[in-house]
Design a protein around this ligand. Structure first.
Ligand SMILES: N[C@@H](CCSC[C@H]1O[C@@H](n2cnc3c(=O)[nH]cnc32)[C@H](O)[C@@H]1O)C(=O)O
Ligand SMILES: [Zn+2]
Length: 420
């Protein structure tokens, strides 16, 4: 299987890009190669596929449900009681809708933390995307439940993870420090060290979480994790809003990855002063995510880039903070490196996870500065073609089977919420 993209705009020059199997093989001008498929890149730009580094895919089912609430009442009153009722079918179709939405807005990889590992993985497998799927758990500081979480993760590793293609990888998914005991966090740290797997955790998301952490553990969230000995390069923390300078240094020293979720942080009013610049300066890998569709309420990484950049400028009163090129890197290269993928860049030898952007729309006219237009002027609907793992997932803005996915998910979500 090979693809030749002819005459496409790439970093301000017109290039040909040749893809063989799942890799970018050659980048040049006027490449004379035979390919199974040829894509005309005229009036299109080539970018790496986005990496949505924190989401709960099947939360598409709860889009528009439980709006305008703060994190804890939203989770406790609206989300958790309904998540308990999710069936395999709900999860599978909810994830398919998330994949559809992500493909349509240029995301090729996402890092997920939700229920029912297999339902998520089955949907991702069929949609052709890449995902880091977390074996999510919380023990509520209950020893019996902690044991259950351990057995579930062991079982996933022994019997489930290997059934999927290498587009799907396993992470452990302890939910947060207010729902998961220190003992379980430590167990997860050593279990994942043995298997060299990432750990995906919500951390330092609200002021309330920090206050509770100080009350309960005598330490702020990052210091608490440091004391438990679970900070590592495999740890991916979502949110990380409430961290001081010493904690940023701890994150940098242990090469912990941080995911900024601007839409969710603003909608739940969790906090706006995400320290993007300080973290980058300290050498922390900062990726970008949307979070789930009940707090986001979409999975559009183009929109997330704009929100992150503008929010960062606004609270600092500094228009020079987080320029377009920097947030574009967070949404691509940093996301890929956070989850350990050789992707997020267009270079020979990198994974063929790519998007063609339609330049024939008002947001790209004039095109003095492509990255500026992409971040500040466009939204996810500018994406025309998506390639993941060397296969075309969308062409001319059409994804095969999209009508069925929308119909099925709408029905299931309606039933779920109506019965709540
Ligand atoms: N309770 C599950 C695992 C949790 S999945 C991840 C959870 O994170 C929830 N969630 C979504 N967004 C956020 C957020 O911003 N902060 C904290 N939790 C969130 C989501 O609704 C879901 O319940 C089990 O042990 O089987
Ligand atoms: Zn989340």
């Amino acid at each position: 299987m090979s693809i030749l993209i002819k005459g496409v705009l790439l970093n301000d020059a017109v290039k040909d890009v040749y893809i063989e199997k799942n890799e970018i093989r050659h980048i040049g001008t006027d490449l004379q190669v035979q390919a199974d498929q040829v894509i005309d890149g005229k009036r299109k730009a080539l970018i790496p596929g986005f990496v949505n580094a924190h989401t709960h895919a099947a939360m598409t089912l709860f889009r528009g449900f439980g709006d305008d609430m703060a994190l804890m009442p939203w989770l406790e009153q609206k989300i958790w009681p309904n998540e308990d009722k999710l069936t395999y079918e709900d999860m599978y179709w909810g994830t398919k809708l998330a994949c559809l939405e992500m493909i349509k807005s240029g995301t090729t990889t996402f890092s997920d933390m939700y229920h029912q590992y297999e339902a998520t993985a089955d949907a991702v497998e069929e949609m052709g995307m890449r995902a880091l799927v977390a074996g999510a758990c919380f023990d509520g500081f209950n020893l019996k439940l902690a044991e259950r979480c351990k057995r579930e993760n062991e079982k996933l590793m022994a019997e489930v993870v290997g059934n999927y293609s290498d587009r799907i990888r396993y992470a452990a998914g302890p939910h947060a420090i207010y729902t998961v005991s220190g003992e379980l966090l430590k167990w997860i740290h050593s279990f994942t060290a043995e298997h060299d797997a990432p750990v995906h955790l919500h951390l330092a998301e609200t002021e309330g979480e920090v206050q509770d952490s100080v009350k309960k553990f005598g330490l702020t969230p990052v210091r608490y994790l440091n004391k438990l000995g679970v900070l590592s390069p495999r740890l991916i923390i979502a949110h990380g809003i409430y961290v001081d300078d010493d904690e940023i240094r701890m994150l940098a020293d242990h090469d912990v990855k941080v995911v900024h979720n601007p839409a969710s942080n603003m909608k739940l009013a969790s906090g706006i002063r995400f320290k993007f610049c300080e973290m980058r300066k300290a050498g922390v890998t900062v990726a970008l995510g949307t979070d789930g569709c009940s707090s986001s309420n979409n999975l559009d990484m183009v929109e997330a880039m704009k929100l992150a950049s503008l929010l960062g400028k606004a609270w600092r009163k500094d228009p020079e903070a987080i320029p377009a090129g920097e947030i574009f890197k967070a949404a691509t290269e940093a996301g890929a490196s956070a989850i350990g993928l050789k992707a997020g860049r267009i270079a020979e030898g990198y994974l063929a996870d790519l998007c063609l952007v339609d330049l024939n729309i008002p947001a790209f006219i004039p095109n003095h500065n492509f990255v500026s237009n992409l971040v500040y002027a466009a939204n996810g609907s500018c994406i025309d073609t998506v390639i993941c793992d060397g296969k075309i997932l969308m062409q001319d803005k059409k994804v095969p089977g999209e009508e069925e996915i929308m119909e099925r998910t709408a029905e299931l979500a309606y039933k779920l919420v109506k019965e709540s």
